[in-house]
Write a protein that binds this ligand. Structure first.
Ligand SMILES: Nc1ncnc2c1ncn2[C@@H]1O[C@H](COP(=O)(O)OP(=O)(O)OP(=O)(O)O)[C@@H](O)[C@H]1O
Ligand SMILES: [Mg+2]
Length: 248
């Protein structure tokens, strides 16, 4: 497989019909490069969650093309699509969506066990992912006994436990104070910005802009502006100059 981790051409999504139709995406073109941390920003209702849900395969576009590592998933059978996504994509939901009756470790292991991995192995992998998000001391905790930031980190561990090459996160810092928000972004960057990986983060939180390579601004189903914050291949002088002039 080759091509960008994420590549979209003319992606359209409409909810409802006729008078009630909501045009959530009106023709999105986008390439996210390997090693890049890409932010998607814009006002409530502009289509951010819809867009990353389509990338993650939770929703299907009405028109246009979505390629992940050059693969147009519509050409694969339903089973092969599910398998491709399960191996390659991790998704952190806007709400954490943790299972309240399972421990932190079981929540993270669940995805692997659903995929057929034996419990003992899955629990081991889950412990490793929870270590990566600095939650090793709370493996046995139930979600309702944890803070918002801790639950968010479990949700991240669950999204990375199968070592996906594409990680998409919907508002991963919105419930967190400044320091915790920075910690989560540091963790995400360290995990995702490795060769052949890509990270896309939806956020309202301008405190996290500094962690990004590029920022796309959405409005009413369109991408209206793209700003490069940093070069993926560091060129310090040019990058600093751009950074200083960035209009965001
Ligand atoms: N399942 C659905 N059925 C009908 N309309 C929907 C559905 N999901 C989203 N929409 C509509 O599509 C538009 C885009 O929604 P989306 O959730 O993508 O926005 P968003 O940018 O993520 O907003 P927020 O910042 O509030 O999370 C909104 O007008 C929303 O009401
Ligand atoms: Mg949203």
């Amino acid at each position: 497989m080759d091509g960008h981790p994420i590549s979209l051409r003319g992606v359209v999504k409409t909810f409802g019909e006729g008078q009630a139709a909501v045009h959530a995406l009106r023709g999105i073109n986008l390439d996210v490069a390997a090693g890049e941390m890409f932010l998607l920003i814009g006002p409530s209702g502009c289509g951010k969650t819809t867009l990353i849900s389509i990338i993650a395969g939770i929703l299907r576009q009405d028109a246009g093309e979505v390629r992940l590592f050059g693969e147009d998933l519509r050409r694969l059978s339903a089973g092969a699509q599910a398998d491709f996504r399960a191996r390659n994509v991790g998704f952190v939901f806007q709400q954490y969506n943790l299972v309240p009756t399972l421990t932190a470790q079981e929540n993270v292991a669940l995805t692997l066990m659903i995929g057929g991995m034996p419990r003992r192995l899955a629990m081991g992998r889950a412990a490793e992912a929870l270590f990566d998000v600095e939650m090793s001391d709370r493996l046995e905790a139930m979600p309702n006994t944890l803070s918002g930031g801790q639950q968010q980190r479990i949700a991240i561990a669950r999204a990375i436990v199968h070592d996906p090459r594409i990680l998409v996160c919907d508002e991963p810092t919105s419930a967190l104070d400044h320091e915790k928000g920075r910690q989560v972004m540091e963790i995400l960057r360290a995990i995702a910005i490795r060769p052949g990986r890509a990270l896309m983060v939806v956020t309202h939180d301008n405190r996290v802009y500094d962690y990004s390579d590029r920022i796309a601004s959405m409005q009413d189903g369109h991408i209206i502006r793209m700003v490069r914050r940093r070069f993926t291949t560091p060129e310090p002088d040019a990058a600093d100059a751009l950074h200083a002039n960035a209009p965001l």
